[in-house]
Design a protein around this ligand. Structure first.
Ligand SMILES: [Zn+2]
Length: 262
């Protein structure tokens, strides 16, 4: 298998060899898009929100100066942050001014781990891992923390941690960390969330082991289909609504109006 490091962790080659939380999410959302990305035929367009997230993560990792140097597009000719990114500094200040959050962000940063789970070898990057405190922490930058997100399957509103699959990610990371280091129990896992509002909101979010178990069972249930598609045994299904599907859409039939919101 490919040895992972900071320069190849996000590479196409690493994604082809390993499964990851984001690749899993890709397959769940749209198999066709996931496969187009894995083949290198299609790329997600540049996204300012991701850059803000990376900026705040670089601060938490202690590598903000390097990050600024390698992303000059963040700055004006005068060397000031563009207005749309100024919010990122405010988010960092919000985190830095909170002793509880600063305590939870202590530990090993951006640790790369790999482990076999649900019939496949996964890669994961732990934002913070604290061995003495037996905890892992994931830092999330979000639009707002208390926002309601409609879940079409559950037919109810859920929080951002459910809507964006963050509980699944924390469950998965807990299990991969346990397998990689070989302990018998899960470390505590927390999400440190900071919002993009002005002023930013913040929260430390926990989950229970019951939900971890549920999330892991769900991954194990869905993985055979994902692996069949990834290995080329089964044709990938198109979701029909994502950016990739819209860009490559070809009509062959009429849709009934009642199906538009299905
Ligand atoms: Zn799609």
């Amino acid at each position: 298998m490919l040895d992972l490091n900071n320069s190849n962790y996000f590479s196409l080659e690493a994604d082809q060899v390993y499964m990851s939380n984001s690749q899993y999410k890709d397959f769940i959302d749209c198999e066709a898009r996931a496969m187009a990305k894995l083949s290198g035929a299609w790329h997600e367009p540049h996204n300012d929100a991701l850059l803000v997230g990376s900026y705040v993560h670089a601060w938490a990792e202690g590598t903000l100066d390097e990050f600024k140097k390698s992303n000059p597009e963040l700055f004006t000719n005068k060397g000031e942050l563009y207005a749309k990114y100024k919010n990122a500094d405010q988010m960092i200040e919000t985190l830095a001014n909170d002793p509880f959050i600063m305590f939870l962000l202590q530990g090993e940063k951006e640790r790369i781990i790999t482990a076999e789970f649900a019939g496949v070898v996964w890669k994961a990057k732990l934002d913070v891992r604290n061995q003495e405190g037996e905890r892992i922490v994931d830092l999330k930058t979000v639009r707002d923390i208390r926002g309601k997100h409609w879940d079409n399957d559950l037919r109810c509103y859920v929080s951002f941690v459910e809507a964006f699959g963050y509980l699944r990610q924390m469950a998965l990371y807990s299990e991969l960390e346990r397998l990689y280091y070989g302990h018998s129990h899960w470390y505590e896992s927390y999400i440190v969330a900071v919002s993009k509002e002005d002023p930013p909101d913040k929260e430390v979010i926990g989950m229970d082991t019951h939900r971890i178990e549920e999330e892991l069972v769900e991954i194990e249930r869905k993985m055979p289909q994902i692996l069949d598609v990834k290995s080329g045994l089964v044709e990938p299904k198109r979701c029909g609504t994502c950016r990739y599907c819209r860009e490559t859409k070809q009509l062959s039939k009429v849709v009934h109006y009642m199906d538009l919101l299905a």
